[in-house]
Ligand binder design. Structure first.
Ligand SMILES: Cc1cc2nc3c(=O)[nH]c(=O)nc-3n(C[C@H](O)[C@H](O)[C@H](O)COP(=O)(O)OP(=O)(O)OC[C@H]3O[C@@H](n4cnc5c(N)ncnc54)[C@H](O)[C@@H]3O)c2cc1C
Length: 421
């Protein structure tokens, strides 16, 4: 093959890691094309810090300007795997078709929406920058409107915030959000109330129970009500009804109830497991030697890997090596599950982490957590570090920007069947 074209669909953790690794391996002997709807890689684990005003949104958006990689700004639509072509549309709706020799599918995942009445209309999603900015404005606005209301019922409803789903995203939003609204309410005789719900019997149900205990303690210490074994039965404009029968007057329901793979995977006509594309241990789609998949969208053999950035990055790098091996450069390798631990930033001076299985809390966990994020960010490290330092010594600017209206941050995922969370 003179100069193979490698098309990577999706420039998140997996796709971005694959492109960077391929750049180093190929050294100009392959054309690398990255198809992604935005011109930046979004570092999702720091999204809660954008929603609570610690970080500016551009800090976690790393430009996709990789010399040697052609960025195709657009959304992949239809795939013809026999003809090796992908139809795509750019952000202004113009359409195109691109051919490839090797395809790496890394479109990630989106909001998982359960068939709970009112959730689509009244819940806030939490998967992207628009949603984080919208939530930040919304939290500030609720506190400001509560302060200017004379009606005690309205004041309390506006100052009540419900988070559905106590995975790492939901737990971080609740823990950091409680600190943020406490600072906003200071001097306004308001008492913000936060609730976090999960149908599981503990927060952070997929992580080590020791991290769950630390997170639950921090949440309770901040006055966050932790309701396990509980979900949302119905959401409305003025409140939510919980599965335990309680009605909570609120204007805020943040939906962090898990994720499901990007729907484009289902449209490929290939075998899936729990909505994820089945691949072999080389991240190769069975029967399609030219197609690879990695990250949240891929189901690697063995126990399904959690949908985490760490797995996505390792899989992206491995897929890159195996793509190169498929056209004669190097040897292909199989994916091995490894659990290097997890970090959960709970805001303020709190965090929970278990690097290499060693459970940490307090300052040590915070240090590990921030160090991990800085090392994992593919760019903007100095800017992020500077924001953290400023946040440690200055108060946050509690102003609404109005950049992301509700309509810009819809909870647009398709409904998946399942029990209410
Ligand atoms: C709020 C939040 C906090 C998180 N915190 C952590 C954490 O602390 N630690 C951790 O390990 N994980 C965390 N995760 C999970 C982690 O972010 C994901 O597991 C990881 O992003 C998966 O990487 P990916 O490359 O598969 O998908 P993504 O990073 O989601 O990237 C997918 C990319 O594909 C693009 N795309 C989608 N559809 C198309 C299409 N049709 N055509 C072209 N491009 C497309 C998307 O725009 C995106 O750029 C968090 C997730 C969220 C939402």
């Amino acid at each position: 093959m003179p100069c193979p074209r490698i098309l990577i669909v999706g420039a998140g953790f997996a796709g971005h890691a694959a492109a960077r690794r391929l750049l180093r391996i190929a050294r100009g002997r392959a054309e690398i094309v990255l198809l992604n709807p935005t011109d930046y890689f979004l570092y999702l684990p720091l999204l809660p810090e954008v929603a609570t005003g610690v970080l500016e949104p551009r800090r976690i958006s790393v430009p996709l300007a990789l010399p040697g990689v052609r960025l195709l700004l657009g959304h992949a639509g239809a795939f013809d795997l026999d003809a090796r072509t992908v139809r795509w549309a750019d952000p202004e709706g113009r359409r195109g078709v691109i051919g490839y020799h090797r395809l790496v599918l890394a479109p990630g995942s989106g909001n998982k929406l359960l068939p709970v009445p009112g959730v689509t209309e009244y819940a806030h999603g939490f998967r992207g920058l628009a949603e984080a900015l919208h939530l930040r404005d919304h939290l500030i606005r609720q506190v400001e409107l509560a302060a200017q209301s004379d009606d005690p019922v309205e004041r309390q409803a506006r100052c009540t915030f419900v988070v559905a789903g106590a995975g790492y995203g939901g737990t971080e939003v609740a823990a950091q959000g409680a600190l943020f609204t406490a600072a906003l309410a200071d001097g306004r005789s308001l008492q913000p109330r936060w609730l976090i719900l999960d149908t599981a019997d503990r927060v952070l149900p997929t992580l080590d129970p020791r991290l769950s205990r630390t997170a639950a303690q921090v949440l309770r210490h901040r006055g966050v009500q932790v309701l396990t074994g509980t979900g949302v039965a119905e959401a409305g404009p003025d409140g939510v009804r919980l599965t335990n029968g309680e009605s909570v007057p609120t204007r805020t329901l943040v939906w962090c109830v898990g994720v499901r793979p990007e729907p484009l995977v289902a449209g490929l006509g290939l075998a899936t497991r729990d909505g994820r594309l089945i691949v072999d241990e080389f991240l190769n789609v069975p029967g399609r030697p030219d197609v690879f998949a990695c990250g949240d969208a891929a189901a690697v053999p063995g126990a399904l890997t959690g949908m985490t950035a760490r797995h996505a990055v390792r899989q992206g790098r491995l897929a890159a090596g195996n793509v190169a091996a498929s056209y004669g450069h190097g040897r292909r390798r199989s994916y091995r599950h490894r659990d290097p631990g997890f970090v959960v930033d709970l805001g303020g001076r709190s965090a929970a982490a278990d690097p290499l299985g060693v459970p940490l809390r307090g300052a040590a966990a915070k240090l590990v957590t921030r160090g991990h994020h800085l090392m994992s960010l593919p760019g903007n490290r100095v800017r992020v570090g500077a924001d953290w330092m400023l946040d440690a010594v200055l108060s946050r600017r509690p102003v609404q920007l109005g950049l992301a209206r509700g309509g810009a941050a819809p909870l647009t995922a398709r409904c998946a069947s399942g029990a209410a969370s």
